[in-house]
Design a protein around this ligand. Structure first.
Ligand code: FES
Length: 109
């Protein structure tokens, strides 16, 4: 796991919403599900779509890709339905003094 990097004020991502942030060369989607924050790679594992533009399912704790509709579990990054078959990386998120900090997970081998 990389070092925690401050990405934004928590208030800019209301519950039920997402934001796309950049950490170095990595685009990361940060989601707020009822005050619980999750961070995933923003780019879908199937093709070039931005998961932060997808439809958030707070009850299922999942995000639906806006391009072809694969759903990903926000806790694990695992796809819940086709066409995506590979997971997206998940990243650690911490709240510190009202700001969100994200630590990137390593790239898969
Ligand atoms: S680009 Fe996400 S499911 Fe195809």
């Amino acid at each position: 796991m990389g070092e925690f990097v401050r990405v934004c004020e928590a208030a800019v991502i209301p519950a039920g919403h997402a934001a796309r942030v950049e950490i170095g060369d990595s685009a990361v989607a940060v989601f707020n599900v009822g005050g619980q924050y999750y961070a995933l790679d923003d780019t879908c594992s199937h093709a070039l779509a931005s998961l932060s533009d997808g439809e958030l399912d707070p009850e299922g704790c999942a995000i639906e890709c806006p391009l072809h509709g694969s759903r990903f579990d926000l806790r694990t990054g695992e796809p819940l339905c086709l066409p995506a078959v590979d997971p997206v990386r998940t990243h650690e998120v911490e709240m510190r003094d009202g700001a969100l900090w994200v630590a990137l997970s390593p790239e898969p081998a």
